[in-house]
Each structure stands twice: as structure tokens, then as C-alpha cells.
Write a protein that binds this ligand. Structure first.
Ligand code: ATP
Ligand code: MG
Length: 565
């Protein structure tokens, strides 16, 4: 789609940013050039919210024959690290995108410094020696003008000298800042002499100890866009109020008609999780999850480890779309997207997570048969594989009930079920230990009901899955649930978000029995465990000890549970 036009058919589905871009191209703005950037701060791992921004930034460039750069917004050395830089690059590529160039805001520190000096010389910036608290108090309120700092009219030479010394490390952190001199009575609080430089006494992961004065986000972002030639600077709605300041700086800097323009779309918020990097970092640092890639995390690497595919994430983001209104998206929609994608592509296998033995008392001892199992009924080219059938099998513990209610269509004495891909069996009873726990279930098979036999089409109400005790492998299965127990953890302002974690978000099942077809499964391989859900091999898995993660259950059992309560 490397053309500067989009065909009429697609027009209907244009989001508002695409409409703006198409209009700009039509009007010949910037000679039709389209350039975007994705600007993460390398202070944490990317999450599903970032994926929404990535799809927008890279997507627009792709769609309109433009280019998208990756720019690390690395203006706060005390929080940033190369570990994050590397992880961010990996995640963007996994989502299927490739940047044109990698830039760092820190590459522009010299230009930004010079620009600050220019503003001082023009009487548009001054060094303020007041504390952050006093500066904040003087800002006023949206309906009340702010108060001028006593340093606002400091002579230009003095400002130049102090700013230079700030950067040389002559003053401690917090002792002074550089502020733009704009308008203390502006209706936009961000225009009331915003801080543009502060002192940070911490080595930077790229520039080391060269700088002691660091630009604020607002002073770095738009200018970086300008230096790079960005045409459409796409970000989230909380930056709407920053836009006048963005434009003001560019106006001071620009020498010709070119201007980058900022446009804002709604953030992605998801139910049952948090999206703030600060909170996610806290979960990691306090060991409340196993790491940034814990499969319960909303991070890209967490979702990847959980078994999500890039396609499922793209589908989800396409579905929720881009608007100008903030809201919260249902995590069920993300789960729906991965279920839909995996349904089309993964092999069906049999796995018993909570095994109990089923003995077919009329099946000859020592006899075995190979049963054909279709790999994927959704895909006729997917083929099939064999699964060994024998007299003793494992079935799920909850597929048997001694005293079952009427509508229980699984194994209960006197009841018939089909064993998936094999025979119809009739339950005859069970054996219990001294504590009343069921240790074996008994049934008789009907030899005429196997595929190809006369009664193979005989219908019974229930079908259950099984594996042969003679040909199965052991595995650990990690069953994940929502990370938080409440729908909108960020809204519960009076509680610490850590108290809202779901205590049952991880269940480790150590005694699972899988069909031997899974013996060679490698980390990240994905399967449907029949009747249970989608599972993928965890990165901790080894040939000796297979470990699976549950990506998502087959149906949305969660919302059903909620309705019952
Ligand atoms: P923090 O959580 O520390 O405030 P951030 O989420 O703003 O950080 P950045 O690294 O600054 O993270 O974000 C990079 C880009 O991703 C920005 O353009 C930002 O607007 C976008 N972005 C961040 N979070 C979301 C989200 N939840 N939905 C959509 N876009 C997002
Ligand atoms: Mg940010």
C-alpha cells in the first residue's frame, strides 16, 4: 500500500487521523511527505497501550508511503536504562514493524541547550531559584492568574551565567530551574512559565555525566519532532493541553513554513489491569509478578509469553479503533481476539489437567489402538495425527460425578459418553479411598461405536477427552486468570492498587497428563487443549520438564461466573 492515496472503498473505515493525513496529502502539505515517530521513554517495558500507539504511528507511515522513526525520549536519566531500550526494540519488531531510524532525544541535547540559550538571549527564559512547591503555588488556578516569580525579570547575562553553571554541576538538584517566560495569566496552565530545564545528578545511559541540566518532556518532544522532520506527531489525549506549548516552542524555533503538528487520540485502558509503567514496575520490583514478562502482565512480552500472537493484538486494536474520547476497553475483547486467531491456526490435542484414571473393564488387557485425531477442523489442510487408545485412560476429575444432577452429561453411573475420537463408553461405577476420594472410574466400551464401525454415528449427549496411561507425558500447566480482582483498579483511588490484585490469578497444576504428540513441543508452540482452551509452551519449559501456559479458556467462563454471583 505504498501509495499516497487510499482507494474509495477504504474511505468508509478511515479513522479521524487517517482522514487528517489524507486531507494534508490532498492539500500538498509538506509536499505530501508523511513522517511519524514512536517516542517511548525507556523507563519500562511496552504494554498493550503502547501497541495501540505503535500501530497508529507505524501504520500511518506504512499506509501513506511515509516513514516512521523510533525515538527514545530519554530525558530523565534517573529512571531510564538500556535494558528497556533493547526490550522496546524487540517488542516493536515482534508486532511486525520496522523503524526507518533509531533516534534518541539525548542526541539533541546540544541543540536543545543552544535553543534554551537562544530563548534566554531573547528574554524568553529565566532561571528560577524557588522550590518546586513555591513554583507550583504561584501557578494559580485555571480561573485565577498565577503570580510572577521574583526571578522573572532577572537580567539576561545573569540567566546565561546561571544556566551554564546549572549544567556544569555547580548547583544541587532542585535548587534552580530554567523556565520559559510566556504568560502567567494564560488560561492554559501549561503556558504559565513552564519549567524547561531541571538539574539531575545521575549519569545518563547514553551521555554519561556530560550534562547536569536536562530538558523537560515538553521542551524536548516537539523540538525533536522538528529536528527530525516529523509531519504528524501522534500521541494520546492527555497531551491536548500541552499542544499550545508544543506550538509555541516550534514557533520560536522555526525558520520556514514547515511545522510538525500534534494530533491526539484516546489511550487504551483495559479492564482488570493497570497500564501505568510506574505501577507495573512496582509489581515487578516487589515480586508480585515474576517479571515484566509474567504472562499475567499487560506488557507485550507478557502477552507474548502468555501465547498471544501479533495478529491477535492487531485485530484487537483494529476493533477498538481510535477516537477522541477516553474510555475503558473490556479485556474480554482482547481474549476474544486471541481465541479467534488461534482457533484458525493451532493443532487440537488432548491434555488432562486434573487426572483421574478411567478403566474400561471390558476392553482386552494389553490391547491398544491408534485413533485418528483431526489437527484442526477449521482448516482442512491441517491433517491429522494418531493418539494411542488403551484399557486405562486418564480423564478430567470433574468429568465424573457419582451423584450427578439431571443435566450432567458426562460420566456418572449408568450414563454414556463419547470418548473424543474413540468409543462410546457407559459408566459403571468408581473406586474410592478411605477418605472418600475417587481413585478410579469404571466404564464399559461399545466396540461398535468407533469411527468406521456400524454404530459410529450413534449420538450421546456428552463427549469427553482422555489420554492413554500407557502413552502420555507429564507436564506442569500454569492456569492464569485476571491480574486484578476488580474491573477498574485505577479508579479505586482510596485503595492501594496492590490490595486489588486477584489472589487466584495463577494456579500451577503439576500433575497434568498430555498425549505424547506434545513430547517435542518447544517454547512458544501453541495448541488447543480440547475442551479446555488455548495453551502455549512456556519459556521455562525444557525437554525434561514441559511447562504450558494457558493463554485463554475456550469460552468466556469469567463473565458467566460473574453473572451467577
Ligand atoms: P508513563 O506510564 O510513564 O506515563 P507512557 O505510558 O506515557 O508512560 P511513553 O513511553 O511516554 O509511556 O509512551 C510512548 C507513546 O505511547 C506515547 O506517544 C504515548 O502517548 C503512547 N501511549 C502510552 N500509553 C498508551 C496507552 N495506554 N494507549 C495508547 N497509547 C499510549
Ligand atoms: Mg510518557
Amino acid at each position: 500500500m505504498n501509495e499516497n492515496t487510499v482507494n474509495e472503498e477504504n474511505k468508509r473505515s478511515l479513522n479521524f487521523i487517517e482522514a487528517i493525513v489524507e486531507n494534508d496529502i490532498k492539500e500538498g502539505l509538506n509536499d505530501g511527505r508523511i513522517q511519524t515517530r514512536f517516542p517511548p521513554e525507556p523507563n519500562g517495558y511496552l504494554h498493550i497501550g503502547h501497541a495501540k500507539a505503535i500501530c497508529m504511528d507505524f501504520g500511518i507511515a506504512q499506509q501513506y508511503g511515509g516513514l516512521c522513526n523510533l525515538r527514545f525520549d530519554d530525558t530523565n536519566p534517573s529512571k531510564e536504562d538500556v535494558e528497556y531500550v533493547d526490550a522496546i526494540m524487540e517488542d516493536i519488531q515482534w508486532l511486525g514493524y520496522q523503524w526507518e531510524n533509531v533516534f534518541y532525544a539525548s542526541d539533541y541535547f546540544p541543540q536543545l541547550y543552544d535553543f534554551a540559550v537562544q530563548l534566554i538571549k531573547e528574554g524568553k527564559a529565566y532561571v528560577d531559584e524557588q522550590s518546586a512547591e513555591v513554583i507550583a503555588q504561584q501557578k494559580g488556578t485555571p480561573t485565577q492568574a498565577g503570580t510572577d516569580s521574583p526571578f522573572r525579570n532577572r537580567p539576561m547575562e545573569e540567566n546565561l551565567d546561571l544556566f551554564k553553571k546549572m549544567n556544569e554541576g555547580a548547583f544541587p538538584e532542585g535548587s534552580m530551574v530554567l523556565r520559559a517566560k510566556i504568560d502567567m495569566a494564560s488560561s492554559n496552565m501549561h503556558m504559565r512559565d513552564p519549567i524547561i530545564y531541571r538539574i539531575i545528578d545521575h549519569p545518563h545511559h547514553r551521555t554519561g555525566t556530560t550534562w547536569k541540566a536536562y530538558p523537560m518532556y515538553d521542551f524536548a518532544h516537539g523540538q525533536s519532532d522538528y529536528f527530525e522532520g516529523v509531519t504528524h506527531s501522534l500521541c494520546t489525549l492527555e497531551f491536548v493541553v500541552h499542544r499550545p506549548l508544543y506550538d509555541w516552542f516550534i514557533d520560536q524555533l522555526a525558520t520556514n513554513a514547515y511545522r510538525p503538528h500534534q494530533y491526539e487520540f484516546n489511550r487504551l485502558n483495559l479492564t482488570y489491569t493497570v497500564m501505568s509503567k510506574r505501577k507495573l514496575l512496582q509489581l515487578v520490583q516487589e515480586g508480585l509478578v515474576s517479571g515484566w514478562d509474567d504472562p499475567r502482565m499487560p506488557t507485550i512480552c507478557g502477552l507474548r509469553r502468555r501465547g498471544y500472537t501479533p495478529e491477535s493484538i492487531h485485530n484487537f486494536i483494529d476493533r477498538i479503533g481510535y477516537t477522541k474520547y477516553d474510555g475503558v476497553n473490556d479485556i474480554g475483547l482482547l481474549e476474544f481476539a486471541v481465541r479467534e486467531d488461534l482457533n484458525k491456526r493451532v493443532t487440537r490435542v488432548s491434555a488432562v489437567l486434573d487426572p483421574v484414571k478411567l478403566v474400561l473393564t471390558n476392553y482386552p488387557e494389553g490391547q491398544t489402538e491408534q485413533m485418528e485425531a483431526q489437527n484442526n477442523p477449521e482448516d482442512e489442510n491441517a491433517g491429522s495425527h494418531n493418539i494411542l487408545f488403551s484399557r486405562e485412560l486418564y480423564i478430567e476429575r470433574d468429568d465424573f460425578m457419582e451423584d450427578a444432577p439431571k443435566k450432567y452429561f458426562r460420566l456418572t453411573p449408568g450414563n454414556e459418553v463419547r470418548l473424543k475420537n474413540a468409543y462410546i463408553v457407559k459408566c459403571t461405577g468408581c473406586k474410592k479411598d478411605e477418605n472418600g476420594n475417587i481413585v478410579e472410574v469404571y466404564a464399559e466400551y461399545d466396540a461398535n461405536t468407533r469411527s468406521g464401525m456400524p454404530d459410529s454415528n450413534r449420538k450421546v449427549k456428552g463427549t469427553i477427552h482422555w489420554v492413554s496411561t500407557e502413552d502420555c507425558i507429564d507436564a506442569e500447566v500454569r492456569v492464569y486468570d485476571r491480574l486484578f480482582a476488580v474491573e477498574n483498579p485505577s479508579e479505586e483511588k482510596d485503595k492501594d492498587f496492590r490490595e486489588l490484585l486477584n489472589p487466584d490469578s495463577l494456579k500451577v497444576l503439576k500433575n497434568c497428563k498430555l498425549e505424547s504428540y506434545l513430547k517435542e513441543a518447544k517454547p512458544m508452540d501453541k495448541f488447543q487443549f480440547q475442551r479446555l482452551g488455548y495453551f502455549c509452551v512456556d519459556t521455562d519449559s525444557t525437554a525434561d520438564k514441559l511447562i504450558f501456559n494457558r493463554t485463554v479458556a475456550l469460552k468466556d467462563s469469567w463473565s458467566k461466573e460473574q453473572k451467577k454471583q
